[in-house]
Design a protein around this ligand. Structure first.
Ligand SMILES: Cc1cc2nc3c(=O)[nH]c(=O)nc-3n(C[C@H](O)[C@H](O)[C@H](O)COP(=O)(O)OP(=O)(O)OC[C@H]3O[C@@H](n4cnc5c(N)ncnc54)[C@H](O)[C@@H]3O)c2cc1C
Ligand code: SF4
Length: 553
């Protein structure tokens, strides 16, 4: 365990962010890594609980007390082995995960006192990269199966599935319709949350391990389903949940009303192109010095030529100089606020339909160790308020948009919403907000249906791919993982699903090799190539732990 009684002597020191005023002027990551000594002290606070609730709170079942202790004892190299044992991309989760592990930490019974698990994770993986401990792990020639797997979609679920399957010895092709791999982590989440060089180095690792990456291929259009099924022994659907929820109110057709993802894709591509061209981007109140987008170590983002290519983006969407309204209070909405601020919006209002949550954990609704439904100020709203251009409002419903003479949106008509569905407007509370750009960030309905229908896979009532057995669809040899299966969720879940799904595919292929091709839902019991145990039974269950096949030299 950490230091005996360490939590009584050492105060929690949470994740530091760069100063809000400073960071709102550039696109560099805002998370700061604490000095090593401080991190070791934070690791020392871990009590190595008999029942480590942190571990249960983590969808990946990360071995948290183990690596907290290893960091405390300055054994970083062993810590990365432990970390990789359950998580292929701790560099993604160490930056982006909301950390349900910390909400479940026993020390969090005193609210705000949890072990700083996420920043320790982040520090371990960055130290490991800096030391050169993380290398490609191609399968040994002895373990090659000769079987071919197509993974469709290169978000965190597809990347994790591809890596696990390749390391288990299969020939893996990772298809991606965008010009670069990474899914929402590359094209949805902005650079200031995760610089794209972080995604790119993991993509390179996959390629070095022997995963064939085919970007710019829209499966179902550029490659027919028949070709897909004939060329591969198994298919993993990791296409995400990309159909956005719309707002059916009068005026929706006005120019300047867009889905958030259209804006975020454009912003991410723009930043990548500018970085590739070595350009500095302008901050709201003046020009940034050249290189201001780059990391302190000068590395900056490392976009590939493909990523930097000008993709067809449709109508340009810009927030510069405009009154911007973001409808939706979640991660997507916050990332719109962060981008609009950096573009130099005149004002930014973020609206949420639901009432404002309480400031502290409501014990009657979400007691420890559950994820607390409480108010959290987003990084982006903190910045926007600091700059004096942002505000956030709760329990607001939009009744209509009105336009100007040119057909552009000019105002949003809103009212206070009733606290319960259908969140009807409260009479007498109508008001108008100026709006020249409106971004709809109200969540996602389900995966795009076209490919699923072509394959003929069954869907659940929400339109997600239905798993008739763990990660196994109704069509033989077709599996599903990530948001495509569970609906729009979190990166940590996507990685977990990719890993678990890979295990099911591996077992299915082993059965096939042995002449016992399993039909869906009837994968062979004893055919596992690497002797893996079963995958999770369902989305909510913690994974059973097996080696991720990841080791450090
Ligand atoms: C703006 C935004 C911010 C977010 N921020 C966070 C955060 O901070 N923390 C967090 O934990 N989660 C966050 N999330 C959620 C998280 O990004 C997703 O849950 C996660 O990326 C899902 O991974 P996935 O691999 O299932 O799907 P995705 O990341 O959506 O990847 C699916 C991939 O499949 C590709 N694809 C789809 N159809 C085809 C096809 N027919 N042929 C080829 N390729 C195809 C897509 O182009 C895409 O690259 C955020 C989501 C959004 C939208
Ligand atoms: S619950 Fe908190 S204190 Fe207990 S083992 Fe996990 S991180 Fe350590």
């Amino acid at each position: 365990m950490g230091k005996l009684g360490g939590f009584l002597q050492i105060e929690r020191r949470g994740v530091p962010y760069r100063d809000a005023h400073e960071r709102a002027r550039d696109y560099r990551e805002f998370m700061v890594v604490r000095p090593e000594q401080e991190l070791r002290e934070q690791g020392a606070r871990c009590m190595d609980c008999g029942v480590p609730f942190c571990h249960n709170g983590c969808p990946l079942g990360n071995l948290i007390p183990d690596w907290n202790d290893l960091v405390y004892r300055d054994r970083w190299r062993e810590a990365i082995v432990q970390l990789h044992a359950t998580n292929n991309f701790p560099d993604f989760t160490g930056r982006l995960c909301p950390a349900p592990c910390e909400a479940a930490c026993v020390l969090e019974i005193r609210e705000g006192d949890a072990v700083t698990i996420k920043q320790i994770e982040h520090a371990i993986v960055e130290r490991a990269f800096a030391e050169g401990w993380i290398k490609a792990e191609p399968p040994s020639p002895r373990h090659l199966s000769g079987q071919r797997v197509a993974v469709v979609g290169s978000g965190p679920a597809g990347m994790a599935a591809a890596q696990q399957l390749r390391r288990a010895g299969h020939d893996v092709t990772l298809f991606e319709r965008d010009e670069a791999a990474g899914g929402l982590v590359r094209f949805g989440v902005p650079d200031f949350k995760i610089e794209k060089r972080i995604v790119e180095r993991r993509v390179q690792q996959l390629v070095e391990e022997g995963v064939e990456l085919r970007c710019g291929v829209d499966v179902g259009r550029d490659l027919t389903v028949q070709e897909l099924r004939e060329s591969f022994d198994a298919v993993v659907l990791a296409t995400g949940s990309r159909v956005p929820r719309d707002l059916a109110v009068p005026g929706r057709e006005l120019q300047g009303v867009h889905f958030a993802m259209d804006y975020l894709y454009q912003r991410n591509r723009f930043i990548t192109r500018e970085l590739a061209a070595g350009n500095a981007l302008r901050s709201p109140d003046g020009a940034l010095p050249t290189g201001a987008l780059h990391s302190p170590d000068g590395a900056g983002s490392a976009p590939t030529a493909a990523a930097a290519s000008v993709a067809s983006e449709g109508e340009p969407i810009t927030a510069a100089g405009k009154h911007v309204v973001v409808i939706g209070g979640g991660d997507t909405g916050a990332d719109c606020v962060g981008n609009a601020l950096r573009e130099g919006a005149a004002s930014i209002v973020q609206l949420e339909l639901l009432p404002e949550p309480p400031a502290h954990r409501p014990d009657d609704r979400t007691p420890w160790p559950e994820w607390p439904l409480k108010y959290r100020l987003s990084y982006a709203m903190e910045e926007a308020r600091e700059e004096g251009v942002g505000e956030q409002d709760y329990a607001v419903t939009t009744t209509r948009f009105s336009g100007d003479a040119d057909g552009g949106v000019a105002a949003l008509h809103v009212a206070q919403a009733q606290p319960r569905p259908p969140f009807a407007p409260v009479e007498g509370t109508e008001r108008e907000l100026p709006a020249q750009l409106v971004l709809l960030a109200m969540g996602f309905l389900h995966p795009e249906q076209e490919l699923l229908d072509q394959l003929g896979v069954e869907k659940d009532p929400r339109g997600n791919v239905k798993a008739v057995a763990p990660y196994t669809t109704s069509v033989e040899g077709v599996f599903a993982a990530g948001d495509a299966r569970r609906g729009q969720s979190l990166i940590v879940w996507a990685i977990n699903e990719g890993r678990q799904c890979a295990r099911m595919v591996d077992r299915y292929l082993a059965g096939k090799r042995n002449g016992r091709a399993g039909v869906s839902g009837a994968v062979p019991e004893d055919g596992a190539l690497l002797g893996h145990a079963d995958a999770d039974e369902g989305p909510e269950g913690p994974p059973s732990h097996v080696s991720g096949g990841v080791s450090v030299e």
